[in-house]
Design a protein around this ligand. Structure first.
Ligand code: K1U
Ligand code: ZN
Length: 175
């Protein structure tokens, strides 16, 4: 397994549309293992393959929520291959989103509160489930990556420009 470098904005690779996985193979599973290692090391709660330079429709998510208050987070790794949203609620929710490709910047994004999603897991088994809460937020954020969309694209031009200015300043200070 390996921790892979995460591509950051404004790398044009992040704007590429990812292609469907034709067959779930050992090679797919090796990439998924590397994606989990990369996501946990970052740390993050989700990662799309394009963020490590692979334009395939593969996502990993682990919300790392504590099992009980004050407890250690229990690992609940989830794999989404070729995910599709088949239904979305009319009611929306706001969440203060971040992105490993837009480091240390956060902004509120509005998305459908509940979705019905369909996907394959790492064994090629099909799933269809209703999702809500942070999992629905995170899956929609990661699915945007498959279309070359970043969370900052959901902001007004003013908010996006302010956030990108903050990012440029932080990078300058760190250099
Ligand atoms: O870059 C990514 O796509 C991962 C991103 C996922 C995400 C976060 C918040 C809302 C929607 C999608 C992140 O993981 S950013 C880092 C982060 O939120 C986090 C990191 C450690 C612990 C808890 C959260
Ligand atoms: Zn992201």
């Amino acid at each position: 397994m390996a921790i892979l470098p995460i591509i950051e904005t404004p790398d044009p690779l992040l704007r590429q549309i990812s292609t469907p996985v034709e067959a779930v193979t050992d090679e797919t599973r090796a990439l998924i293992a590397d994606m989990f290692e990369t996501m946990y090391a970052a740390p993050g709660i989700g990662l799309a393959a394009i963020q490590v330079g692979v334009p395939k429709r593969i996502l990993v998510i682990d919300l790392q929520e504590p099992e009980e208050e004050g407890g250690e987070p229990v690992k609940k790794p989830l794999v989404f291959i070729n995910p599709e949203i088949v239904r979305e609620s009319e009611d929306h929710q706001l969440y203060n989103e971040g992105c490993l490709s837009v480091p240390d910047q956060f902004a509120e994004v509005e998305r459908p509160a509940e979705i019905r999603a369909r996907w394959l897991d790492e064994n090629g088994t099909a799933h269809e489930e209703d999702l809500d809460g942070l999992l629905a937020v995170c899956l929609q954020h990661e699915m945007d990556h498959l279309e070359g969309i970043l969370f900052i694209d959901h902001l007004s031009r003013l908010k996006r420009d302010m956030l990108l200015k903050k990012l440029a300043k932080a990078r300058k200070l760190a250099a």
